[in-house]
Ligand binder design. Structure first.
Ligand code: BGC
Length: 412
């Protein structure tokens, strides 16, 4: 058996807005309910994880996984500017305690795309005050929860807006976006509505990088100085145009954040596919390749390529904080995991410091504007009854996690 290093983290991830349900004070809830909207459906109860977290964490542990990556929700913790909910902070203490009770290591994300609606009304991340507001939240969360947190990341994929700038056709009408924003602003009684997906990507990046460093320091000054990193969206950039174009994309969409990660305690890598870069923008998938429910090329080898690229740039340990595939065919998920992990094994064999693999996602959930159709889960969720059903891929990853090793290839 090809073994993984001792203490390797094996986990699954979720994000508050995608699983908890009824995230009423968030900016995204507003956007889901205005007309027109980019969302194909609203999140509503999601997976009702807010009340079912204890069972879900026990399920994760029963699979054999030892790590749960989840986000705490700013919109719940600070539902009005400057008003912090002790009851909600206590809720997240119970979530963390449920992890420890089952010997599961909690990795907490402070910000996974959603913001309080009052923050959107101030212009979101484009507002120069955004960093101060975020750092105050980080400091408060750490003071209340820090003794139970094992690892944290400030932001989930803060480089995504820059990356989206490279997509040739996002398939959304700018008119719809403008009208959705105007209606959302009106709905919350503001003249602005700034949210993570819709802002000026460069301004957002400057504000968020500065906020990352300050929030990291704030979190580490709490009751316990746990490692704090940042999770970035990476793609395996393959050239179908000039090399300089790929380098320009990397310089824009990755390097400023890789530098920030390099000055942190670890880098979280999140990748799903390869991306061919053309003369000016990304190219669409090739015509003869297998596509996932997201329309991405089925490309598990992207993980190895992304780890190697990032490892050449950051001097800190690497955790895979998300990797997975949207498919109804669970056999393909197993194949995806098998090949992605073979890539992690190759990186380890070359001495790259990879310390964990956290799969996206623990369960089928709300895939943002695409709603509930894409299925990323190791566990299926019946949204009528909220019953959970472990998929074979969940058992497969759990089997590997328990042994801390890949199965022998057939015939050996
Ligand atoms: C995000 C998740 C999302 C996943 C699959 C990542 O970009 O962090 O929230 O569901 O990819 O698309």
């Amino acid at each position: 058996m090809a073994g993984f290093p001792e203490g390797f983290l094996w986990g699954a991830a979720t994000a508050a807005h995608q699983v908890e349900g009824n995230n009423l004070n968030s900016d995204l809830w507003v956007l889901e309910h205005v007309k027109p909207t980019l969302f194909v459906e609203p999140s509503l109860d999601a997976c009702d994880h807010y009340s079912r977290f204890a069972k879900d964490i026990r399920l994760l542990a029963s699979l054999g996984l030892n790590t749960y990556r989840f986000s705490i929700e700013w919109a719940r913790i600070e539902p009005e500017r400057g008003c912090f909910s002790r009851a909600v902070l206590d809720h997240y203490r119970r979530v963390l305690a449920a992890c420890h009770e089952t010997d599961v290591t909690p990795m907490v994300t402070l910000y996974h795309f959603s913001s309080p609606r009052w923050f959107a009304g101030l212009g979101g991340w484009e507002n120069p005050l955004a960093g101060d507001l975020f750092v105050r939240y980080a400091e408060r969360a750490s003071r209340h929860l820090g003794d139970l947190i094992s690892y944290a990341t400030t932001f989930n994929e803060p480089n995504l807006p820059m990356l989206l700038g490279w997509v040739a056709d996002l398939g959304v009408s700018l008119l719809t976006v403008r009208s959705m924003r105007n209606h959302a602003a009106r709905a919350i009684g503001s003249d602005r509505f700034g949210c993570f997906f819709l802002g000026d990507a460069e301004k957002l990046q400057d504000h968020m990088i500065a906020a990352h460093h300050r929030a990291r320091a704030a979190m580490k000054s709490g009751p316990r100085a746990f490692p704090v990193g940042v999770s970035l969206a990476l793609q395996d950039e393959q050239m179908d145009g000039p090399k300089s174009q790929r380098d320009r994309k990397r310089a824009e969409a990755y390097e400023p954040w890789l530098e920030a990660a390099g000055a942190s305690d670890f880098l979280g890598i999140q990748t799903y596919t390869r991306q061919r870069v053309g003369k000016s923008k990304d190219l669409p998938p090739e015509s003869d390749v297998e596509l996932t429910q997201m329309g991405y090329e089925f490309w598990p080898e992207a993980l190895e390529a992304c780890i190697r690229y990032a490892a050449g740039r950051v001097p800190v340990p690497i955790y895979v904080t998300e990797n997975g595939v949207a498919t109804e065919d669970d056999e393909r998920r197993i194949e995806y995991i098998r090949r992605a992990l073979a890539g992690v094994g190759n990186c380890l064999a070359d001495g790259i410091d990879v310390r964990g693999y956290i799969h996206w996602s623990l369960m089928d959930n709300f895939e943002w504007i695409m709603g509930y159709r894409p299925k990323f889960g190791l566990v299926a969720v019946n949204r009528e009854t909220q019953e959970r059903a472990v998929k074979p891929s969940g058992r497969y990853l759990g089997w590997i996690a328990r042994r801390n090793a890949m199965p022998e290839p057939a015939g050996k």
